[in-house]
Write a protein that binds this ligand. Sequence first.
Ligand code: ZN
Length: 387
Amino acid sequence: MQSPHRPSLLRKMNVRKVLEVIQSQGTLTRADVMRCSGISAPTVSKAVSALLEAGLLEERETAEFSVGRPGKLLQLPRFSAQVIGVVLEWDYCSIVASGLDGHLHEDKLDRFKTPQSYSELIEIISGKILNLVEKEEIPALGVGITVPGLVNSNDGRIFLASNLHIVDGQAPAIDIASRTDLECVLVQKSTSLCLSEKTYGAGQSVEDFINLDVTSGFGMGVFTGGQLLDGQHGLAGEIAHITVEPEGGRMCGCGNLGCLETVATDLALTHYVSKRLGKDLEFEAIAELVKQGELDITPELDHTIEFLAIGVAAAINIFNPANIFITARLFDLRDDVFDKMCEIAKSRALQPSSSSCEIERSKGNKYLGAVAGIINHLANSLGPRLT
Ligand SMILES: [Zn+2]
């Protein structure tokens, strides 16, 4: 997969630009790519060659005429090559195959309860990947693994997954690669959702946006100036563990008391409702009872969105984004929840930043996040890392 010679940073950026143009526009000729990217013909040609060689692009003949002569059409392979997405979560894990164009082969989505030990997790996932690849008979270019935790981007090791401690200190991409012989990459779930929004969702033409995933932890991914913010070890944008309840706060998976993550997520809401009712309920069960009119969760819901809004306001003040995309199931619990949360967040944030920031529900999803993670990694491996 590595180029025989060391490509320049500029070449890498050009490769990425060409890939982005085709990801957002679909099937294009080289001339179209030149027009859309503003890159010169020889440079487009080199970038396209690298992408074709890596299997990230394919081309087919066309009878159509472009700029006065027949052209070959460039596209992202949908069925002739695949990548695998693995989503690790505290309750269930999932494995899904996808075309390089982000078309998920959802009929083959495999969702299973998260194993109790790390070794079992790795064995089960590796076995399922090998089954999937052998059954499909389509070349698999790599595996993107996402985890709701802090990943050291330098060595692929997980510092901490506050809701999935069996992976703390582990490097699942290295362990799965050694068992499957496939290129694997581990990406923080928050980062992967951000990449998914940028590649396939509403963030395609946005330079400055934030993606929040508050389903279990309080994950934040940041694109600023068109670049993913990663910091020294890939940990930038970590907002989950700022203290918001210094007095009487609940114990967080990170070991501190009163973190934002303990009060502002779907999981936090589930905890507080379960505590009042005196029994452990899953989010889906609570949602069903609320829908049937058999359970009133107004106090817990209002408490959760108050703290969620504090986190959103902080993100607006710190990063001045044009958009914030949020993934949360609690918005479905009552018609006014999302609007109410936005109203509180905007009233708490600084006016100049909040008045120019659109808060929306995220259009990406966790499977596409894992897929975007591996495609991004494969494109990056065509050149040296930016940082
Ligand atoms: Zn914490």
